[in-house]
Structures are given as structure tokens and as C-alpha cells.
Design a protein around this ligand. Structure first.
Ligand code: ZN
Length: 215
């Protein structure tokens, strides 16, 4: 087998003998009763930011939605047929599974946010789909500039990454099925941010408008 795939196949074998055998009852119960996760997590597709690993979640714990830069698009219904992967996943998590929490899981050194910043600074963003998708977070650039007018370089990127989480929280509320459940208390939404170099997680506190380290 190709070495990089053999590494993954070896991982699978370890999963079978070490994890699956020990947790067989859990898997069987999740098949019999179905999944009932209480938390949906919107994380980046970045290979370094696996929410199940970072949060040490077990099967059935979190419903993961992953995309470039952990973005939530605004609610929109197009006239023509189009495909809203993230919106469909959110709809399923909230209206079908009835999750009680939605977490936007941002992270440092995000290539998607870097692309957005480049675009906002007048640079070319490569790709057919990446420029439009990452522009969802354009308001984070404005917020970062407004909030810390002197920030640039890596500071600007970190600031945009954190603000992109807040833009996604705002966009979550544009979905009627989320707005309605947040209003009547069935659902809570949260913004988290992972510093991958330090392995440090922080959660957004709306009262102080800051990200507070998780101890
Ligand atoms: Zn990312």
C-alpha cells in the first residue's frame, strides 16, 4: 500500500483492536437508539483542528460540521437550485437532532481567514470557490480594523480569526429555526477559539466581549 495510506490503515487496525473492541457496546447502542448529540460544532477543515480530538469527544457526543475557516453563511434561499452544505448540516443538527448547543470553533493560523484578509487588502485570492466562500468573513476584517486600527500582520490575522467567529455567531441568528430556538431557550450558541501552537482553548464571553481562556 502507498505509505501515507498504510499509516492510515494501521490507524484503523489500532482503532479496531484498541478502541472499537472496548467501546462496542456504545457503538451498538448508538446504532440501536440513533445518535442524540447535544452539541453541534462548526470547525475548520484544517487538518490540525479536529474538534473530536481537541475536545476528546466520544462517538455520539458532537455533531461536526467542517468547512473552510469554520464559517456560517447567512441564511439565504436562492431562486435557482443551489447547494448549501453548511446550512443543510445546521438544519439537520438543530431541527432533526435537536442539539441544545451550537459551537463555532475558530482557530489560529487559519488559511481561510488569511485568504479573506488578502482579498480585503486588494490581493488576489486563488480558486473558483474560495474567494466567495471566505468573503463571508469580510465583516471580520472591518471589525478588526475598527477594533484595533493599528493591527497588521499576524496580529491582524489573529484578530480577524476571532472576529470571524463573531460574524458566524451573527449569521447563525439569521436562520429562522435557530433564532426561534435561541429566543425560547431551547438552543444556545457559543464562540470558541483554539490557539493551535499552544493547544489553548478560549470561549467568547458576550458580557465582556472577550475570549476567556478555559482553565
Ligand atoms: Zn482554518
Amino acid at each position: 500500500m502507498i505509505p501515507v495510506l498504510e499509516k492510515l490503515a494501521a490507524g484503523y487496525r489500532a482503532f479496531r483492536t484498541l478502541y472499537f473492541e472496548t467501546n462496542k457496546t456504545l457503538y451498538r447502542r448508538l446504532v440501536k437508539d440513533g445518535q442524540k448529540p447535544k452539541v453541534a460544532v462548526i470547525a475548520c477543515s484544517d487538518s490540525r483542528v479536529d474538534p473530536a480530538l481537541v475536545l476528546q469527544a466520544e462517538p455520539g457526543d458532537i455533531f461536526s460540521i467542517r468547512n473552510v475557516a469554520n464559517l456560517v453563511p447567512p441564511f439565504e434561499v436562492d431562486g435557482d437550485v443551489s447547494y448549501h452544505g453548511t446550512s443543510a448540516a445546521l438544519e439537520f443538527a438543530v431541527t432533526c437532532l435537536g442539539v441544545e448547543h451550537v459551537v463555532v470553533f475558530g482557530h489560529a493560523h487559519c488559511a481561510g481567514i488569511n485568504a479573506m484578509v488578502q482579498g480585503q487588502q486588494g490581493g488576489d485570492v486563488a480558486g473558483t470557490f474560495i474567494p466567495a466562500w471566505t468573503s463571508i468573513a469580510a465583516r471580520a476584517f472591518e471589525r478588526a480594523k475598527h477594533e484595533e486600527p493599528c493591527s497588521e500582520g499576524e496580529d491582524l490575522l489573529r484578530c480577524c480569526e476571532r472576529n470571524a467567529v463573531l460574524v458566524s455567531l451573527d449569521n447563525l441568528m439569521s436562520f429562522p429555526f435557530i433564532h426561534e430556538r435561541v429566543a425560547d431557550g431551547r438552543l444556545q450558541i457559543h464562540g470558541w477559539y483554539l490557539d493551535i501552537a499552544e493547544g489553548a482553548l478560549a470561549t467568547y464571553d458576550p458580557a465582556t466581549k472577550t475570549f476567556v481562556p478555559v482553565s
